[in-house]
Design a protein around this ligand. Structure first.
Ligand SMILES: Nc1ncnc2c1ncn2[C@@H]1O[C@H](COP(=O)(O)OP(=O)(O)OP(=O)(O)O)[C@@H](O)[C@H]1O
Ligand SMILES: [Mg+2]
Length: 370
């Protein structure tokens, strides 16, 4: 007869390919009971309709059935509770952090990835305004235009010039506009022809370069304007910036449930916690309410609503974010409030770590004693 521990050991060979860990360490095995030659296993999946269900369930079954002395295996599949899921996410995040590749972004920098379930909802407009607003509050802020081929940040923020690398360090110096450090492919390519050349050269590498070869310096916040879609950029981002958290932009008339499924899937695949939802373009034309609905659906707070306001378009075209001119219209004032809520939800990390501070205190005492 096999023991429970032997079964668990065998199950360590069953991987969740998406989360990149085995089912035991991820806490997905809720129960193992051995009764003579029969093994009963409880398997909790992150969501009941997990696309990998058959694979994980099949692997679990096969691994255990392959053990000598086992004649029958029953796998009972359940969906995780909210608590189990958040525990699993923190294990996955910790693993990602341990395996993270070094970048030029300090581990203490708060990384805010601005994403959405669909295109054209105002991600880029919100990104530049959050960044400029945070900077106006006195924080050190960078913005990374991760929409590599659909870039719009330089125009919206009024960033100009071409990026160049420092001769000594070989690190690219970010451009600066409205007090924000800016990196975008729009600051590299000058015309269609070079665009095509770069496209072939850097497609997969651009984001990596922007994180590893840019002299970001010490930042309190790095805002990332995400490209539309739920593709590779999200995954690459978490691999390199495991501290990233997501802010979701949506419109008032969004089909909340459908958007929520897409966003939750994106968050799950990239292990990114969702900080909250921003509803954009509210008012007489599009109404309001979609943001709250989506926030409820995702179980996160609504950070605020931004009205449909001509000044957002004007500010975007002029490279002067409305958040810096509250007189320009109601959208600017709404975004100032959202910036404040974001800072509350994601306060800037302490500049010094606890161990660093204790070390300093000890050194100070030693010096004093000497
Ligand atoms: N609150 C608003 N009021 C009026 N116009 C807005 C508002 N927010 C965004 N816009 C306008 O809507 C258009 C789309 O916005 P934006 O480019 O920021 O969206 P996006 O989600 O980044 O789009 P994409 O998916 O293409 O990257 C822009 O012309 C922008 O000026
Ligand atoms: Mg955009």
């Amino acid at each position: 007869m096999v023991s429970r521990d032997q079964v668990l050991e065998a199950l360590e060979g069953v991987q969740d390919p998406e989360l990149g860990g085995n089912v035991v360490e991820l806490g997905m095995i809720t129960d193992v009971r051995v009764d003579e030659g029969t093994v009963n296993i409880g398997l909790a999946l992150t969501i009941a309709e997990c696309p990998l269900r058959n694979q994980i369930e099949g692997d679990t079954h096969r691994r255990v059935l392959a053990m000598p002395g086992v004649d029958e295996v029953n796998v009972r599949v359940t969906a995780m509770t909210k608590k189990q899921r958040s525990e699993l996410m923190s294990v996955a995040r910790r693993r990602a952090r341990e395996g993270a590749e070094p970048t030029q972004v300090s581990p203490t920098t708060r990384v805010v990835a601005v994403a959405s379930g669909k295109g054209g909802v105002g991600k880029s407009s919100i990104s530049v305004n959050l960044a400029a607003g945070l900077s106006a509050e006195g924080f050190r802020v960078g913005i990374l235009d991760a929409d590599i081929w659909g870039y719009s940040i330089p125009r919206m923020l009024g960033a100009k010039g071409r990026l160049e690398a420092d001769a000594d360090t070989q690190l690219i110096e970010p451009s600066e506009a409205s007090g924000v450090k800016v990196i975008s492919t729009g600051l590299i390519i000058e015309d269609e022809e070079t665009a095509l050349m770069w496209r072939g050269l850097m497609l997969g590498k651009a984001l990596e370069q922007f994180l590893k070869q840019v002299a970001w310096g010490e930042l309190d916040y790095l805002v990332i304007d995400m490209p539309p879609g739920t593709g590779d950029v999200q995954m690459a981002l978490t691999r390199m910036l495991p501290q990233a958290e997501m802010v979701v932009v949506t419109t008032p008339q969004s089909a909340a449930q459908r958007v929520a499924i897409r966003v939750a899937d994106m968050a799950r695949r990239s292990y990114m916690p969702i900080v909250g939802v921003i509803e954009n373009m509210t008012g007489e034309i599009f109404g309001s309410g979609g943001g709250k609905e989506l926030a409820d659906e995702l179980g996160v707070p609504l950070l605020g609503s931004v009205p449909l306001d001509q000044s957002v378009v004007r500010g975007g075209d002029a490279g002067a974010p409305v958040v810096l001119d509250p007189e320009a219209g109601p959208a600017g004032r709404a975004i100032i409030q959202i910036v404040e809520r974001l800072v509350q939800a994601l306060p800037p990390a302490e500049l010094e770590t606890c161990t660093g501070r204790i070390a300093k205190l000890l050194a100070h005492l030693e010096n004093g004693a000497a």
